[in-house]
Write a protein that binds this ligand. Structure first.
Ligand code: MG
Length: 405
């Protein structure tokens, strides 16, 4: 990490504070490399929104479920009331019906032969947390032992995945692409990190659906899975919905679907089920990361407008600097002309001062000079930009440029 010299920071904060603006929490204008054709923000951009605050939850132990983070959508919290978030997985077009799964000792338990269950709500891209326990009383083998499944973006009344497999593989071999934490029928997990049957396993999933535009794939869609904190799937590309015996192929998904849990004939128990919808990817309008040229231009225009609107509430040097800052995001003739006018006036007014009154302006003048240097370095203004040359002359005449930083 590189930081501004302390003196420079104090100078800039002084300039900002003296003009009546509240100091930004981090980063400074005219500092990191500016926006480019694929990045609407400067490096270390002070205008970039702060991440939203989320109060973290607590981790689970085998004995005790943890607390979800503050922004989680809780789908099952151990109460019978939260069972109302779920319903039987009736076929599309059929009336909805309550699930026959039961809440038993704080867990949501599959009643064999009662059918899959699904969330009443539909979700798209999610971070998903699920805990499950296979029956302590071990019965069956291979796919017949403690089998259930977590179906992502599921369709009503079908057995189509993608399914993150739930299976008691603690001491139970099966085909690898049907192992616990596999993307069923597509990709085995990296490892077997299961706890013994009867003990709760913690599954964390990051799911991104495939994105198509005009029938063409622009993002394959991915599944990342952790089991008991151990990585199982690392951004595994989706190859369709996977499934039993059949090879499936990449294709379009709806924007949203149901989260489903499988009835595979075993009384598997679930607890502490929650999810967090994920922010949009750049291909869906997100503005973090590497953007295409059109999206970058649009976002830079939007940021520039915001900065100019902010400048309208400012006066004096603060307004000059804020307007100049907007030019980094978008070239605008009227704003450029105004910046030149204010910049020329600033240097001219400074030149009229002397003695202690002029000395008191030193920090501010150097912050403006730094802005001009940045804008010239990145060709937002010319190297011989008149307001810059005039200010440089005043600073040089005072010997301020020769002082140690
Ligand atoms: Mg299954």
């Amino acid at each position: 990490m590189k930081v501004l010299p302390a003196l420079t920071v104090s100078l800039l904060f002084a300039a900002v504070a003296s003009a009546g603006r509240s100091a930004p929490s981090t980063g400074m204008p005219f500092y990191g490399d500016p926006p480019d054709a694929h990045h609407p923000w400067a490096v270390h951009d002070q205008n970039r929104p702060q991440p939203k605050r989320v109060e973290p939850g607590t981790f689970s132990t085998p004995e005790q479920p943890g607390q979800p983070p503050s922004d989680a959508i809780v789908l099952f919290d151990g109460t019978t009331a939260s069972l109302t978030n779920w319903e039987a997985d009736t076929k599309a077009g059929e009336p909805s019906a309550p699930t026959k799964w039961v809440v038993n000792d704080g867990a949501l338990e599959c009643v064999p032969k009662s059918g899959y269950i699904r969330t009443k709500d539909e979700f798209g891209d999610i971070q998903l947390h699920v805990e499950w326990a296979a029956p302590k009383n071990v019965k069956g083998d291979s796919q017949g032992r403690g089998n259930s499944g977590i179906f992502l973006l599921g369709l009503k009344g079908t057995a189509d995945g993608p399914e993150v497999q739930v299976l008691d593989n603690y001491d139970n071999a099966t085909y690898a692409d049907g192992f616990a934490a596999s993307v069923y029928g597509t990709n085995p997990p990296f490892a077997n990190a299961l706890r013994p049957p009867g003990t709760f396993q913690v599954i964390d999933i990051v799911f991104r659906r495939p994105v198509y535009r005009d029938g063409k794939p622009i993002d394959a869609g991915y599944v990342t899975v952790f089991c008991n904190g151990v990585l199982m799937q690392d951004h595994t590309p989706l190859e369709g919905r996977g499934g039993h015996m059949k090879r499936t192929f990449a294709g379009e998904f709806p924007e949203k679907g149901h989260l489903k849990l499988q009835d595979h004939g075993n009384p598997v128990r679930f607890r502490n089920i929650w999810l967090r919808p994920l922010p949009a990817r750049t291909v869906e309008g997100g503005t973090n990361g590497y953007l295409d040229a059109a999206a970058t231009t649009a976002k830079r225009k939007e940021i520039a407008a915001t900065v100019r609107a902010d400048a309208a509430h400012l006066t004096g040097t603060a307004q000059l600097l804020r307007l100049a800052e907007s030019l980094v995001y978008e070239s605008d003739a009227a704003t450029a002309a105004r910046v030149t006018q204010l910049g020329a006036a600033y240097a001219a007014d400074l030149k009229k001062l002397s003695g202690a009154v002029l000395d008191a302006k030193k920090d501010e003048a150097k912050s403006v000079q730094r802005a001009w240097q940045y804008l010239a370095k990145w060709n937002f203004v010319s190297a011989d930009y008149a307001p810059k040359s005039a200010l440089d002359a005043v600073i040089k005449a005072q010997g301020w440029d020769a002082e140690k930083k």
